[in-house]
Every structure is written in C-alpha cells, then in structure tokens.
Ligand binder design. Sequence first.
Ligand SMILES: Cc1ncc(COP(=O)(O)O)c(C=O)c1O
Length: 277
Amino acid sequence: MIIWLDGELTPIEAARISPLDRGLTVGDGVFETLRVYAGHPFAWTRHDARLRISARGLGLSVIDAATLRAGVDAVLAANDLHDARLRITVTGGEGPPGSSRSGATPRVMIVGVEFKALPASTSVVIAPWTRNENSATAGLKTLSYAANVRALSYAESRGATEALFANTQGNLCEATGSNVFAVIDDVLVTPPASAGCLLGVTRGLVLELAAQLGIAHEQHDIPMSDIDTATEVFLSSTTREVQRVDHIDGAPSPSSTHFGDRLADAYAALVRQTLDP
Ligand SMILES: Cc1ncc(COP(=O)(O)O)c(C=O)c1O
C-alpha cells in the first residue's frame, strides 16, 4: 500500500509518525472519509470544506486544497483504486506530551483502501452514553473518536452495526459514524446541528434530494422516545450512503413509507450523474 504523507508518496511500511505526534497522544487532529467511485473521490468540494471547518474549530491549519487534492489523486493512481474508501488525516504534529500545542506543525496523511459493499439495511442499538452537544468539539470531525469506538463495539457485541446517541437533553444526536433520519407523521426529520451532530456530507445531500423529490422534511429536535413512533428510520454516511434500519435494540423497526428507499435510489443516481455535487 502506498500512502501520501506530507507531500510525498511512500510505502506504508516506510511511513514514520512521531510517538509524540499530538494526534496519537491527545487526539488533536481532524479527518475526512471519502468514497471513491470509478476512480474519483465523491463530493470532494464538500469534504474539503468540512475538513477546513473541523480544523478551524480546533485551531489547526491545513495545507491548500490543490495540494491536498493532488495527494488524493496520487494515492488513487499509485494503488490503482477505483471503488475505494479514502481517509485524510490531519494531526496536530509533534509536540510536548501534554495538551499544550506549543507551535507544533500539523502533518497530513492520505490512505486509500478497497471498498467493501455494505448491506441495504442494518440493525442498530441505542448507546447507553450521551453526546455532549455543548462540547468544544461538537460537530467537528476530530481524531478523538474513542467514545465512538466504545459505542460501536457495544453495538457489535449485540449483533448491530451502529449505535444511536442521545444528547444531554435526551434528544437524538447521531450514530457513531453516521447521521440518523426518521419518518414521523409522514415527515422526514433529522436532528439539527444544535443537537451536537456532525453535519454529514451525505446528510446534506439527502436533505437536498428530499427537497427535489418533494418529500416533506425538517430539521428539529427528536426526543429519543419519538423514535418508537417513527414509521421509518435510516442512516446516512459516506460509506453507508442511505441505509435502512431494520432493527432497533433487537426489535423490528417498521419501514412503511419507504422514503429511505427512494432517497437511496436518488443518491445512487446522483453518484452516477455527478462526482462533485
Ligand atoms: C460521528 C459521525 N456522524 C456523521 C457522519 C456522517 O458524515 P458523512 O455523511 O460526511 O460521511 C460521520 C461520518 O463518518 C461521523 O463520523
């Protein structure tokens, strides 16, 4: 595997990151996960913009977009990747082994792997932990994903592939690596940014597609208890695209209105139509 590290292509075995890199010691860094279709990164402009929003939120600088994009294209070409998952990681760079950043220089790495297809529907659990919508890093795609890792392993140990988080107000926030949509009273709803969720690129596209399809949709707080009244629940993310939820905490989740299926089809059509919506 060939990766891109600070402007150079290098075999992964030869890549070196300091044991004092702040991404490693304190989770100081940000990342993006992109899907590659037919050899092209999907929604590049939106992912690049969000990387910069996350970095600005942490006070990190990121190299210019043209250099970053050249790195992405170089990794895809060097590994002959066509249907792939691409990860851009920006770390805080080497610094003292504490929280103070002290002028460390950020490092940037790009890694691509073949994409493994995911099923059209999946089961989820409700995480027994909350997301803090008032956290300094709420809505940022930072490297501090240990809480997500813990919740995902909780889900996997129960035969599910995602865990849904409530926030401190008891409202739905997001899942460990995806946004959540529900259909309640025939309206497609998803939590707003103020609920503490990451503003997923896929979430944004799904909302735009819903508008194009004439599906009534709103962003508002969803009390966790309202999920029981939903006639449909689905996840959105770069890798899951639009994925129906068929079980929640082991109980079958109804899927009667099929907004999710229509949006999944519309999303697939969008990918065929344009690679940078
Ligand atoms: C916590 C979290 N929420 C939502 C998402 C979905 O975002 P996107 O659609 O940009 O992949 C992700 C993606 O990895 C995520 O990690």
